[in-house]
Every structure is written in C-alpha cells, then in structure tokens.
Design a protein around this ligand. Structure first.
Ligand code: C2E
Ligand code: MG
Ligand code: MG
Length: 702
C-alpha cells in the first residue's frame, strides 16, 4: 500500500513537473507514457503520442543518421545516455534539448524500457552562444588591439623622427624611441621612466625644460620651432613639434615631442639656394642675384637710392681661351672673381652674367665721381697680369657705367644702358670706361638698324669693292692694290667700312662679307697685270671661323689667281696674347703660298714680339704716323724704328695714308719700300681704273 501510495505520489509528482519532459519508452522505442512537461515541451498530448516511436522528436537528417537508435543503444549498454541536440516539436519548430535516457531493467536484469528526461535548453544555449560570440569577439579585438599596439610601437621605433612623451607632472619620459636616444643620448630603455636631468646632458635638459614649459603654456596648440643643439651626434639643427595633451585622466597632462634632425636638409636647401643665385664656375653671384640686389638698391629711400651699374667685359678673353685652352680661361675667371671684389665696397655686388661678362651693382652712391674712381680701380686691378699654369696672361677690362636715382628705373633698363656704355668703351679702344649717355641709346638703335640693313645688303648685292693702288719706291709703278669695301645703300648713300665692319664683326655677318671680298678681289685681280698683287683685309673675328683657310683656297681656285698674288692684311688683334689657334691658321694660310701683311702697325699694342712670332711678308705703317711724319718727332722715331726692324728682318714696309709730296719724300728717305695714299691714288671701283690709274674714278668716300 505504502508502495502503491508512493507509486501514485510518484506519478503525480512526475505529472506535475512542467519544466521537464519526463516520459517512458518501451524497449522498442515507442512512447509508453507522457507527462505535462513533455506535452508543454513538445506539443503532443499523451493521447497523440503514446504508442508512437520517439524518433518523431528528431529531424529527418538525425533520423537518417540513426541518432534515436544510437541514444537507446548507448543507454541500454551504459545504463544512462546523456546528450544535447536539436529536437522537433509537433508544430515542426526546433528546440535545443538536454536529454537523459536511463535504461530500466527488472530484477532479472531484463530491459523493460527507458526513462527519458528532456529539458528545453534553447534559451540557455542562446545565452551560451551569445556569450561564446562575445568572448570570441573580445578575443578578436584583444588580438587586434595587441597587434595594433605592437604595430604602433613598430611605427614609433622605426619612424625617422625622434618621438618622446613626457609626463608633465613627474617630468619623466614615458616613451622615447631609438632615434631619440641616438640623438639626445642614452639608450631607449635608459630614457623611459627617467627625467631629463637624470640621464641627459645639461644643454639637452635645458632644451626639454624650455620646450615643455612652452608647450604647457600654449595648451593644446602644436608648437613648431627650429634650433641648433649640441646633441649626442654633435651640433645639429632640430626642427621640433611639441604638443601638450590630456589622456583619459583629465588630471594628468603629457607632452609629446617630435624632433627631426634637419641639419642636412637645411644644408641641401642652402646649397640649392646658393646654386640658384651663384655661378658654379666662379662662385660669384649670378644674374638672378644681381637683379635682386639691383632691385633692392633701387628700392632704397631718398639719397641712398642713387645706384650705379657697371658692365665689365674682358678685352681679350676669347684669345685666352683659344690660345691656352678653356681650362685656363675658366681659371682666369676664377682668379678674377677673387681679385676684383677686393676693390669694391662691402655692399657692392659683383656678378658673372655669363661668359666673360660681369656686372657690378654699386648701391648708395654719393657722387658720380666716386663711381668713376671705383671703375678706374677695377681697370687698374687688371694691370697686374694673371699667372695661370706657368703662363703670364695679360688681361684688360672695359667698363660701361649707368647711374640712376629714381625708383622708376627698371633693373633691365639700367643694365641695358650700362651695356651700351660698355660698347662705347670698347669702341674707344678698350681697357677704359664710359658712362651712359642718352645718345648711346639712339646709336644702339641705329646699330640694330644697320645690322638689319646689312643683311639685306648682302642679299641684294649693295656691297662693292674699291681698289687703292700701292706703289713701289719709283712712286709711279703700281705693285698691287688694296681691296676696300664700300656699301652703296639705296637710301642712305655710301657707307664706309668703319660704320658697318664692326657691326658685321659683332653679328658674325663678317664671315659672309669676308667670303664675298675674297672671291671678288681674286677674280678682279685676274684682270690686272700679272705682277700686281691684291690685298684683302681680314678681321680678327674671321679667324674664329674654321673655314677661313678653305675660303681663301677656294677663292684662289675659282679665280685661278696664283697664291703669291694674294696678300692678306691682318692687324695685331689677330695675334693678341699670341693666340695659338690664330697663329696656326696664319701658318696654314702661308702654306697656301699667299702673303700676309701686318696692317696698321704702330697703333694698339704694337708688340715687337709679333714680328718674331710670325714671318710677315709686309709691315704697313699706320697712316697716323705718315700724317705726323713732318710735325712729330715721336712719329718719325717710330717710323724709323719700324723701317729699321723691317730692314733687319728683310720685311718690306708700306707707308699708308700718304697725302702730300712732302710726306712721300720724307718716307722715302726714311726707307719705306711701298706707298699708299690719296696722293698716289684713291680707292676706286674696278671700272674706275680699267683704263688707267691716273684717270681712275675717285672713291666717292673722299
Ligand atoms: P685699312 O686696311 O688700314 O685701309 C686703309 C684705310 O685708309 C682705308 O679706309 C682707306 O680708304 C684709307 N686711306 C687710304 N689712303 C688714305 C689717305 O691718304 N688718307 C686717309 N685719311 N685715308 C686713306 P677705309 O676704306 O675707310 O677702310 C677702313 C678700314 O676698314 C680698313 O683699314 C680696314 O681695316 C677695314 N676694311 C676695309 N675693307 C675691309 C674688308 O673688306 N674687310 C675687312 N675685314 N676690313 C675692311
Ligand atoms: Mg688694310
Ligand atoms: Mg691700315
């Protein structure tokens, strides 16, 4: 009874449990009974489920996999089987079940069924799953944070800048990368946790203290400065960015320092700036810096504004280059760059504008005469020849000067004016100075016009040769004629060589003119007596053309004129400072068989050395001596000296510019062997002397 009672009680108890599905299975797996909890959990009523196989609580896949049977087998073998898994409710929905299956045996050990307790753990599992997900997420972020922090650490330690973080209160370094330690001293670990005073030299401590205080004062704003500091790597320029900031704790403050060593960068910038403003060869200021300084000088106030510009040009730089080579030419410019500034004031700027072209800005000029004196000092400074590679190189300089006291003057115009004055100085015989005058601008314009006209003249054959006879001592016998160029301008009339030859030389048109003269003169001479020579003038600038020798050769070949009948007249400018290149050309010309005369001797440098350097066939005494032969003792003395040398070296001398019988007589007595001048015959066009020299059509120039 007691048992029966307890059996009833037990059944009630089981039926009353609603949180657990408790039911029994027969040994074949069919449901034997069903409690309220089972109905609640799975949706079936006892009537519906009792007698059905319990595999209906499994999904089709689990059934196919034999899971229901597996559970029962395990329970029958082990006594109890416990598992979790998805089960299917009557309505087809799934729930997560915790299942315990106990095998029930009778006293003989025979299996009489299974007791099954199932609990719906869906919610718990959800929570567990969420927890798991949260844990995984946390682990993931933690991993990311760890790798981010080691990434940041790697960045900080590899960044080329010095990075330091300082606790504003304790003044201890919380972070210092390797670069910081290399720059300021100590090891990276050595700085961390210490104050600057504990591990760094006094100057560096003072540096950090100052930066820290400044940063704390300008809270939140990034400060940037640059200064020189005696670091562990020597005296370096550091560009520092400093920032004071709060971390999560608003009571504490930190200072971040990022310092870059900009010593090399600054030096490179300075070098670039220097190169942009200086000439690489001489280290002198270049055109750009010159312009800047000139602008600054013109911008000065009041009386200080008076500014002068000097344009300098070496008179014989080209021949230094030609004779001694470009390296010597470069060395000359370098020496010049050292010598000239010694004669200038501190505030003056000597610049190289290009080639052998120099210019000086002289700011704050009190007197025009001061400028003259300074320019004269520069000319004087050149008197002492330069010594280059064992060669003594005499150099002179011509200077053009322009002055202004108005702010309106543009640097370019001032430079142009000085350049025009330089042209004048060069025309006045070089080695001298000239001030700009307004009429020079008109002259420059005219020169430009002439150049344009000259180009046209060559094309439309306005150039013509006139010929002036040269007599021997008999004074009547013509031994040859000098070809002199004339320009018959369609509107301006006759233009003489002195007004266009220099322009042709400057512009390079001289090469065209020279070729024309050679061809024309040789062809013309073929019509003369076979003993008569033709003299053709060559400009020094024609020697710059490598084709000169072949031009002469071709003129001879084309005309058929024997080489000995052609006489080339050169002036000493061709030989100035013994130009090796020009000398070689002269020798090649002589090898052709032509004669070479030294024209205008006695003017210019008239170094007797020229006569030794080259075997001239004739010396032409300049007409200035001829004209003064009667009135000037000096002129006479020079004529005697030249004739003396001519006699000794067996070189005939021609007196140029003989205008009077008295001059002719005197020069004959003095030993000149040939004579040329208006007295004996003016230059005439070739038609003019076709019949007879005495009836020659006169030179329209005279
Ligand atoms: P140059 O070679 O010394 O020529 C002599 C100059 O003296 C000529 O001047 C001639 O007309 C002038 N003359 C001749 N007899 C007398 C005289 O009795 N009294 C005076 N006062 N002058 C006299 P021009 O023709 O004006 O030539 C000047 C210079 O121009 C020449 O000096 C020569 O250096 C140059 N020249 C002339 N034609 C050519 C040329 O075709 N090519 C080159 N490169 N230069 C030339
Ligand atoms: Mg001549
Ligand atoms: Mg002459």
């Amino acid at each position: 009874m007691i048992i029966a009672n307890s059996d009833v009680m037990y059944r009630h108890l089981v039926q009353g449990v609603i949180d657990y599905a408790i039911y029994m299975l027969n040994p074949d797996g069919t449901v034997a009974n069903w409690n309220t909890g089972a109905q609640r959990a799975k949706g079936y009523t006892a009537e519906e489920i009792v007698g059905r196989h319990f595999s209906c609580f499994y999904s089709a896949e689990d059934r196919a996999a034999g899971l229901p049977q597996l559970g029962l087998s395990a329970a029958s073998q082990l006594g109890r089987f416990e598992a979790e898994g998805w089960r299917v409710r009557k309505d087809g929905s799934l729930f997560w079940a915790h299942v315990v299956i106990d095998a029930i045996r009778d006293d003989a050990g025979e299996l009489i069924g299974y007791a099954k307790v199932t609990r719906d753990n869906t919610e718990r599992r959800e929570r567990e799953l969420q927890l798991l997900k949260a844990k995984q997420l946390a682990e993931h972020y933690n991993g990311e944070l760890t790798s981010m922090s080691s990434f940041l650490q790697a960045v900080v330690s590899h960044i080329p800048s010095c990075v330091l973080v300082l606790d504003a209160v304790s003044r201890q370094f919380l972070l210092a990368n390797r670069q910081a330690a290399d720059t300021f001293g100590g090891s990276p670990g050595g700085l961390q946790g210490k104050t600057a005073q504990q591990c760094l030299p006094a100057a560096v401590c003072e540096f950090f203290d100052r930066l820290t205080n400044d940063a704390l004062r300008s809270d939140g704003a990034m400060r940037e400065e640059e200064e020189e500091l005696a670091t562990a790597r020597g005296l370096r320029t550091l560009r520092t960015k400093t920032l004071a900031f709060h971390n999560t704790d608003p009571r504490s403050r930190y200072v971040l320092f990022i310092a870059d060593d900009v010593t090399d960068e600054n030096a490179a910038h300075a070098q670039v700036r220097y190169m942009a403003h200086h000439d690489t060869l001489t280290g002198m200021p270049n055109r750009r810096l010159f312009r800047d300084r000139l602008l600054k000088a013109l911008d000065a106030e009041g009386a200080e504004r008076t500014t002068a510009v000097l344009c300098l040009d070496l008179d014989n730089f080209k021949s230094v280059n030609d004779t001694l080579g470009h390296q010597c030419g470069d060395e000359l410019l370098r020496l010049l760059a050292r010598r000239l500034p010694r004669h200038l004031r501190e505030q003056d700027t000597l610049a190289r504008l290009g080639g052998d072209e120099f210019a000086v800005v002289l700011p704050n000029i009190a007197e025009r005469d001061d400028v003259r004196k300074m320019a004269e000092r520069l000319i004087d400074a050149m008197r002492q020849p330069f010594e280059i590679d064992g060669h003594i190189v005499p150099v002179s300089v011509s200077i053009g000067i322009a002055l202004t006291d108005t702010r309106e003057s543009s640097p370019d115009r001032l430079l142009r004016y000085a350049d025009m004055a330089l042209y004048e100085a060069k025309r006045n015989g070089r080695n001298c100075l000239a001030f700009f005058k307004p009429e020079m601008e008109a002259a420059a314009l005219k020169r430009h016009e002439v150049e344009m006209d000259l180009r046209q003249a060559i094309i439309s054959q306005q150039l013509q040769l006139y010929y002036q006879p040269i007599m021997d001592v008999s004074h009547v016998r013509i031994v040859g004629r000098e070809a002199l160029m004339r320009w018959q301008h369609p509107t301006k009339g006759l233009i003489l060589p002195q007004d266009f030859i220099p322009i042709a030389e400057e512009t390079g048109l001289i090469h065209e003119l020279g070729a024309f003269t050679l061809d024309e003169a040789c062809a013309e001479a073929m019509r003369w007596d076979s003993h008569e020579t033709v003299a053709v003038n060559l400009s020094a600038s024609q020697f710059t053309n490598g084709a000169l020798v072949s031009l002469v050769e071709s003129a001879l070949v084309k005309s058929g004129l024997p080489a000995h009948r052609l006489e080339l007249e050169i002036t000493e400018s061709v030989l100035l400072i013994n130009s090796a290149g020009n000398l070689a050309t002269l020798h090649r010309l002589k090898e052709l068989g032509v004669k070479v005369a030294l024209d205008d001797f006695g003017t210019g440098y008239s170094s007797l050395g020229y006569l030794r350097t080259f075997g001239f066939d004739k010396i032409k005494i300049d007409k200035s001596f001829t004209q003064d032969v009667e009135s000037s003792r000096e002129a006479l003395a020079i004529i005697r000296a030249i004739n003396g040398i001519g006699r000794s070296l067996d070189i005939p001398t021609t007196a140029e510019g003989v205008e009077t019988p008295a001059q002719l007589e005197r020069l004959t007595v003095e030993g000149c062997s040939h004579f040329q001048g208006y007295l004996l015959g003016r230059p005439v066009s070739h038609g003019g002397f076709a019949a007879t020299a005495s009836l020659a059509g006169p030179d329209p120039a005279n």
